[in-house]
Design a protein around this ligand. Structure first.
Ligand code: FUB
Length: 443
């Protein structure tokens, strides 16, 4: 008994260091081009902010962005929105009606936070410039400089400070380019240099450079075929030369045209932040940030990341578990759909349409003394769900009878003994007619 208690408390300590998450991560607004940074032990997310442009706002059917928000999180699940940090109407050099505040970045130097952002110049002939806004804290308030960085025309700035203190800015201009930054972080210290040895055909943008074990990874979205996939090249110095090495993430199977990404190492795990048009399946210029774990091979190359809905970390059985963010699903009779196509931010539901159809949601932490389960569901003819642990043939934790009706209801059922610890959760349509499930929660 004593050993068991020691084991359980050790497990809980381990779990408290684990991270919880589901994709997409920002649930109440679009959040494209996610640049994540770790500042003071917290993760800060600096995405661009897609909106659905109204008449007169930018170019119809195109990207429409008027400002930037910053978000922070300590567990990669619960994100605090710190509000707008820079807006097109409050930067002297930016066209206040441009709606083109594209992918940004942020970096810390000597206690100051430098936020880099591209935007359309007031003087249209000058094209897209790259501006800087400076703050004393990662969440702002940020004060924008009145002029863009001289000599940097283009989009998607990314800034890296090497171990020797030299800062570099990468961006998409005339090709993917790099220049040194002065110590003040607001002026170029060298002429922009086009990064060599990259694919010559197909659009390249959104560069992101990071260093690991003395190797420099130059990563970028590239249209090799139809839409953007994430690729990388490796080198021994921040300015290259780089050697094309591989693909980090394949093209989106549902053809979101862009992908844009960043990487962090947080609590001993590497994460890839990227985007997808989850909340806007019919218009791929309204995108949302996602996270998945990433891993390296022994030779330092990056293992390909498969995008998931499940995202990262362990979920708590006592919180609402949105099984539609699944890890796997049966080939027949199971699917997901938006709860409300007019307000996609309400999220998704699982539809189980045929007997033995199932959906699996991996890595849920069950604590002691779970007595019951609640399922929010609807079934016009009534149906019986079975909840199994670990896999489709695992032990039955509960049977939940969903009554006949047209309205969603929360049904409670008894749970058989569940061994505390981490299990996968499988929801199966055991008998009866189709059932739709919103969420599952254990008590
Ligand atoms: O968000 C607008 C543009 O789409 C970004 O600047 C590119 O990287 C692409 O994601």
């Amino acid at each position: 008994m004593k050993n068991y208690k020691v084991f359980l408390s050790t497990l809980l300590i381990l779990l408290s260091n684990q991270l919880f998450g589901q994709n997409p991560i920002i649930r109440d607004q679009f959040s494209a081009d996610p640049t994540a940074r770790v500042f003071n032990g917290k993760v800060y997310l600096y995405p661009s902010h897609d909106i659905l442009g109204k008449e007169g706002q930018g170019r119809p059917g195109w990207f429409c962005m008027e400002d930037y928000h910053v978000f922070s999180s300590e567990n990669l699940t619960d994100w605090t929105d710190h509000g707008v940090i820079v807006s097109q109407t409050k930067v002297d050099w930016v066209n206040p009606e441009g709606y083109s505040m594209w992918a940004p970045d942020c970096i810390e130097r000597n206690g100051k936070y430098y936020f880099y952002f591209p935007a359309g110049n007031k003087d249209a002939k000058k094209g897209m410039g790259i501006g800087v806004a400076i703050a004393d804290k990662p969440e702002g308030p940020y004060v924008p400089l009145s002029e863009p960085i001289k000599g940097a025309t283009g989009i998607d700035p990314n800034v890296f400070i090497d171990k020797d203190g030299q800062a570099y800015m990468y961006w998409a201009g005339n090709g993917l380019v790099v220049a040194k930054l002065k110590e003040n972080m607001t002026e170029l210290a060298s002429e922009p240099l086009v990064i060599a040895n990259l694919p010559t055909e197909g659009l390249k943008e959104g560069p992101f450079l990071f260093e690991r074990n003395g190797k420099y990874y130059f990563t970028f979205p590239h249209v090799q075929n139809k839409t953007e996939r994430l690729e990388y090249a490796m080198g021994d110095s921040p300015m290259g030369p780089f050697k094309m090495t591989g693909v980090i993430m394949d093209e989106s199977p549902t053809e979101c045209w862009t992908n844009h990404h960043s990487f962090i190492q947080y609590k001993d795990q590497w994460y890839l932040f990227y985007h997808h048009n989850d909340y806007s399946p019919k218009f791929d210029k309204n995108r949302s940030a996602r996270i998945d774990s990433m891993f390296f091979n022994n030779d330092g190359t990056i293992q390909k990341v498969t995008p998931t809905l499940r995202g990262v970390g362990v979920s708590c059985s006592k919180k609402l578990i949105e099984i539609d963010r699944y890890s796997d699903i049966s080939k027949i009779g199971a699917s997901i759909a938006l709860l409300d196509t007019l307000n996609t931010f309400k999220g998704w539901k699982t539809k189980l349409d045929s007997k033995n159809a199932w959906i699996r949601y991996n890595t849920v932490h069950f604590c002691e003394k779970i007595k019951s389960v609640q399922v929010k569901a609807v079934s016009t003819e009534g149906g019986m769900l079975e909840i199994r642990l670990d896999n489709e043939n695992g032990s039955v934790a509960a049977e939940v009878k969903i009554p006949k009706g047209v309205d969603w209801s929360v049904v409670t059922a008894k749970v058989s003994k569940i061994k505390p610890g981490v299990h996968n959760l499988v929801v199966i349509l055991k008998e009866g007619n189709p059932v739709e499930v919103d969420w599952v929660q254990f008590k």
